[in-house]
Ligand binder design. Structure first.
Ligand code: CP
Ligand code: NVA
Length: 300
């Protein structure tokens, strides 16, 4: 693994190795055991979109590993004035040891990686959110003990989260169901991979998808960049909500996860959110540990 741009970049073995290291780093942090694997190294972080968790967990994680993070708002970079991605990539490669990017177009992250001589990490694009899904997998394994025989159900937009969840959870061997409105299906390449596993179901029925699920996951109806579509999306996604009825169809001990930020009473009710807040905020915390593991694997 040279870069982390999407879940398809990782084999099952590589995912397990990242999660094992993440568990170890979590233990070391909690017990005050130093883990300065990236002493003297720097990570640039380009943001073209807002962020709370990704920015703070990468910055803190880099500090805890003995390195130094640089927050680079795209608004303050020459990239907004038209400097080509290929020149930005070759410039930043001369200063930094790793680069994270949060942007719109997956192609921009791919092009950055093509021209960078340092590892590039996708901190979210419209197509993928691999760092989030590594944290989600870590949380499931931590809370359920293993992935064996488990079913994950995703309800909502066929967005970056859906694409990465479907790919990631199938790769570790779980069964996956996804309920998405017809107009909002996940990416075709993800669906092709998923269908070939024989462990995947795509439906327009949230009830059907939730049946017997061990893990229920949802995401916002309008991702960053789609805010202007929210009125139409509220109509299109009516019924695609994780609520007590949906949870009554899942296993009695089913977990609920959400990458956050959440829109209560849209994709998830307050009731379900608060009943599963321990899982959701463990998932949030695990962003830190999972990304530290990714940075160590790529940059140490
Ligand atoms: N889940 C997630 O990526 O959160 P932020 O947008 O706050 O980084
Ligand atoms: N799908 C959401 C995820 C936010 C972490 C978005 O792209 O806005």
């Amino acid at each position: 693994m040279k870069h982390l741009l999407k879940m398809a970049d990782l084999t099952k073995q590589e995912i397990i190795e990242i999660l094992n290291l993440a568990d170890q780093l979590k233990y070391e942090l909690k017990h005050g055991i130093p883990h300065n694997h990236l002493k003297g190294k720097t990570l640039g972080m380009i943001f073209r979109k807002a962020s709370t968790r990704t920015r703070v967990s990468f910055e803190t994680g880099m500090y805890q590993l003995g390195g130094y993070p640089l927050f680079l708002s795209s608004e303050d970079m020459q990239i907004v004035r038209g400097e080509p991605v290929c020149d930005t990539a070759r410039t930043l490669s001369r200063y930094l040891n790793g680069l994270m990017i949060r942007t719109y177009d997956q192609q921009e992250a791919e092009e950055l990686a093509e021209y960078c001589s340092i590892p590039v990490i996708n901190g979210l694009t419209d197509y993928a959110h691999p760092c989030q899904v590594l944290a989600d997998l870590m949380t499931v394994r931590e809370m359920k003990g293993s992935f064996d025989g488990l079913k994950m159900c995703y309800i909502g937009d066929g967005d970056n989260m859906a694409n990465s969840l479907i790919r990631g959870f199938l790769t570790v061997g779980m069964t996956v169901s996804a309920a998405c409105p017809e107009k909002y299906r996940p990416a075709e390449d993800v669906l092709k991979f998923a269908e070939e596993t024989g462990r995947f179901e795509l439906t327009t029925s949230p009830e059907k998808a939730a049946e017997g699920a061990d893990v229920v996951i949802t995401d916002v109806w309008a991702s960053m960049g789609k805010e202007s579509e929210i009125e139409q999306r509220r109509k299109d996604f009516a019924g695609y909500q994780v609520n007590s009825h949906i949870m009554s169809l899942a296993k009695p001990d089913a977990m609920v996860m959400h990458c956050l930020p959440a829109h209560r009473e849209e994709e998830i009710t307050s009731e379900v959110f608060e009943a599963h807040a321990d899982e959701i905020f463990e998932e949030t915390e695990n962003r830190l540990h999972a990304q530290k593991a990714v940075m160590v694997k790529l940059m140490a």
